[in-house]
Design a protein. Structure first.
Length: 251
């Protein structure tokens, strides 16, 4: 019998403000209702179904792109009617879906656990279990999935110039451009502050550092080099323009 033990749950609450959407697939109504109640009390948004075919329909809704998958986690009973938990798990993995799956079953043998994990389940919990353990396993799977999700590289773009800050890479009109570290930092500052006018002293402080000892003309030299690499006609720049009496402006 499932033990709905929600005592002392303050230590697992408020671990994050993100509302995760969970699909619960369990054919035993009493257990399904307890799981739904327990997860909802912990802040999850829950959709519950009682058979594999309905679960498959839910999983296939709005999945034109992988990121459109409607659930962040699936709690999946092994023995469910119409489409078994094993078959549903196998189908999702065959389609390249990496949603975390917590397999639930009354079967406790090592063979059953290994089979569930080998076909693509991320974790396995045996009945009976406490609700606290189920919630903890769900949270652990979600954390692990977030850590394993590749982060899209950030970019800064202005018209035909694309700058990748984390990769120290610049594309101009679709072609890679080699910049020195100073040139890169100067361009990054310009692109993050379009239309702002920068004086030479300000640029020296921000790019070269407050302890820089040298001629202010080094700014003019680097601006000239940047124009040669960015502009179609460096003599008539469209990106880095001179504001007479003040300094330089990007855009």
């Amino acid at each position: 019998m499932l033990a709905l033990n929600m005592s002392n749950n303050s230590d697992i609450q408020n671990l994050g403000t993100v509302i995760n959407r969970v699909l619960v697939v369990e054919d035993e109504e009493s257990i399904r209702e307890l799981i739904v109640l327990g997860l909802e009390e912990e802040g999850f948004e829950v959709v519950a179904v009682g058979d594999g075919q309905t679960a498959l329909t839910k999983c296939q809704a709005q999945t034109v792109q992988p990121q459109d998958f409607p659930f962040d986690l699936i709690v999946l009973d092994l023995m469910i009617p119409q489409v078994s938990g094993l078959d549903l798990c196998r189908f999702l993995r065959y389609k390249g879906n990496h949603v975390p799956i917590l397999m639930v079953s009354a079967k406790t043998t090592e063979t059953d656990r290994v089979l569930g994990l080998e076909i693509g389940a991320d974790d396995y919990i045996s009945k009976p279990f406490s609700m606290r353990e189920l919630v903890a396993r769900c949270r652990a799977l979600l954390r692990r999935n977030r850590l394993n999700t590749p982060i899209e590289p950030s970019i800064v773009q202005f018209q035909e110039i694309v700058l990748y800050p984390e990769e120290y890479r610049v594309m101009v009109r679709g072609v890679g451009v080699n910049l020195s570290p100073r040139e890169f930092r100067l361009l990054e500052l310009f692109m993050q502050n379009p239309r702002r006018v920068w004086g030479r002293e300000q640029l020296l402080d921000r790019v070269w550092g407050l302890d820089f000892i040298g001629d202010r003309k080094t700014v003019d030299v680097h601006i000239r080099w940047l124009r040669e690499k960015l502009e179609l006609d460096p003599s008539q720049p469209q990106y880095i323009t001179t504001v007479r009496g003040f300094g330089y402006r990007f855009g």
